[in-house]
Write a protein that binds this ligand. Structure first.
Ligand SMILES: NC(=O)c1ccc[n+]([C@@H]2O[C@H](COP(=O)([O-])OP(=O)(O)OC[C@H]3O[C@@H](n4cnc5c(N)ncnc54)[C@H](OP(=O)(O)O)[C@@H]3O)[C@@H](O)[C@H]2O)c1
Length: 424
């Protein structure tokens, strides 16, 4: 059977699982692809480090550029991570007319449309299924299906680390700091967890989904982003009593009939019955709402070597299958997005307030919210003179202004917590 040379950049969590599958299952993959993908070279940073996989005939090198330049290699798999040197390596591979498979969300969020255009110019191909949701085939779904639909919204839990932490905060009744330390001990969070807990990882993935699903180019820095560091255990517990679970929800929407879009990543109280309510621990889920198909949901393990290798190896098989066809699957260029303003984005909320001791404080606070344009969906008294208010749908700007001015009222001691809220 014909063979196609594969070069792997990076032999960490993802690279190791990819190499193992290519080596162990070469026969099956060859049958499926119509030619055998053969691992010929692997680039790492530190050649002296012991490796968990026997690379057989593939050579291990310290120069990823040499792998890209090797004429016996037609498919470059980028599993290094970060933007530098990964972006330049992907770009030079595409300019050389090679196929690239990457798991890199940071690169695809920052430079995906530009790299796709370079691929099209050089009759090269770029596959990136693993960049969002690991083994969940969400990129394939958006690139190859729903092509006659208009997608209105995407709602996702696409960061396993934060979902593990928030799940632990609820089930064990612990603080963010304790749950983070536990997630680090169990290997679900990095030593430096900021990319995950500050929401950047979810932002990168959401930007890629909005590009493919809404056809809109949004810079990661332009996404409305709030991480989970300031989510209080008391809010998670109070919401659980009311049937809500806090998740870091990544949401994208297109204004009805309009060109403007809105992307946000924020901790959100998700109601019982909502499709994201039961997505626990390291699971990821993507809910796509469109005009013809209605709601479509993908759910499963969204990280880890094996799940990510599932997507990477599937892309390699597809690349081998498609190697002789014209490079016609280029994604259409996204339009630079006009963003909805905070006056236009409608949200519902949750707020926990400590009332001052006056007898009429509760009624005055609820009236003050209504006066500021915030409907009150429900108000629940909690121990310690606390009042929990489920605020109804209103523009983000109206919510923000109401909370700022509420804080200054004499019958409000303190605003203890505030979150977005999503109903089923
Ligand atoms: N881990 C997951 O669950 C997951 C899920 C989805 C997507 N991804 C994405 O997959 C990519 C890889 O993630 P990972 O978790 O496998 O990372 P990782 O475990 O940190 O592995 C990175 C690998 O890249 C190598 N490397 C780093 N800089 C290099 C350089 N300049 N030249 C050559 N090799 C270099 C490292 O070499 P040494 O081994 O010598 O240090 C290591 O083998 C990232 O883009 C990540 O976002 C990961």
């Amino acid at each position: 059977m014909e063979s196609v040379g594969v070069g792997l950049l990076g032999l960490g969590t993802v690279g190791t699982a990819v190499a193992r599958r290519l080596i162990d299952e070469w026969e099956l993959l060859g049958e499926r692809a119509g030619a055998t993908p053969v691992l010929r070279a692997v680039a790492v940073r530190d050649l002296s480090r012991p490796r968990e996989v026997d690379l057989k005939n593939a050579r291990l090198v310290a120069d990823p550029g040499a792998v890209v330049a090797d004429p016996a290699i037609g498919i470059i798999v980028e599993a290094i991570g970060g933007t530098d040197p990964a972006t330049a390596l992907i770009e030079s591979s595409l300019r050389a007319g090679k196929t690239v498979v990457t798991a890199n969300k940071a690169v695809m969020a920052e430079s995906g449309p530009r790299l796709t255009a370079i691929a099209a110019e050089h009759s090269a191909r770029l596959y990136f299924e693993a960049s969002v949701g690991a083994g969940l085939p969400v990129i394939g779904l958006l690139r190859g299906s729903l092509l006659g639909d208009r997608i209105a919204t995407l709602d996702c839990v696409i960061n396993g680390t934060t979902n593990v932490i928030l799940t632990q905060m609820r089930t064990a009744g612990v603080s963010f700091e304790v749950a983070l330390a536990d997630a680090q001990r169990r290997g679900f969070a990095e030593a430096d967890p900021s990319l995950d807990v500050d929401g950047w990882d979810a932002v990168h993935k959401l930007v890629i989904l909005a590009w493919l699903g809404l056809g809109s180019r949004v810079a990661p820095a332009a996404v409305d982003r709030v991480g989970i560091r300031h989510v209080a255990g008391a809010d998670v517990a109070a919401l659980a009593q009311l049937g809500y679970r806090v998740r870091l929800v990544a949401h994208a929407e297109r204004a009805p009939g309009g060109a403007a879009v809105h992307l946000r990543v924020r901790p959100t109280a998700v109601a019982t019955g909502h499709l994201l309510h039961d997505v626990e621990d390291a699971d990821n889920a993507v809910v796509i709402s469109s005009d013809l198909a209605g709601r479509v949901m993908l759910r499963g393990l969204g990280a880890g070597g094996a799940s990510t290798a599932s997507a990477v190896v599937s892309d390699i098989v597809t690349a081998v299958r498609e190697r002789k066809a014209p490079a016609d699957r280029a994604v259409s260029a996204p339009v630079e997005a006009r963003l909805l303003t905070e006056e236009d984005v409608e949200v519902a909320g949750y707020v926990r307030i400590r009332l001052s001791p006056e007898a009429d404080a509760r009624a005055l606070v609820l009236q003050a919210l209504e006066d500021r344009g915030i409907p009150v969906d429900a108000a629940v008294d909690a121990p310690g003179s606390e009042l929990i208010v489920l605020t109804g749908t209103a523009p983000r700007a109206v919510h923000d202004r109401a909370l700022e001015t509420l804080d200054t009222l004499t019958h409000v001691d303190e605003i203890l917590g505030a979150l977005d809220r999503a109903e089923a």
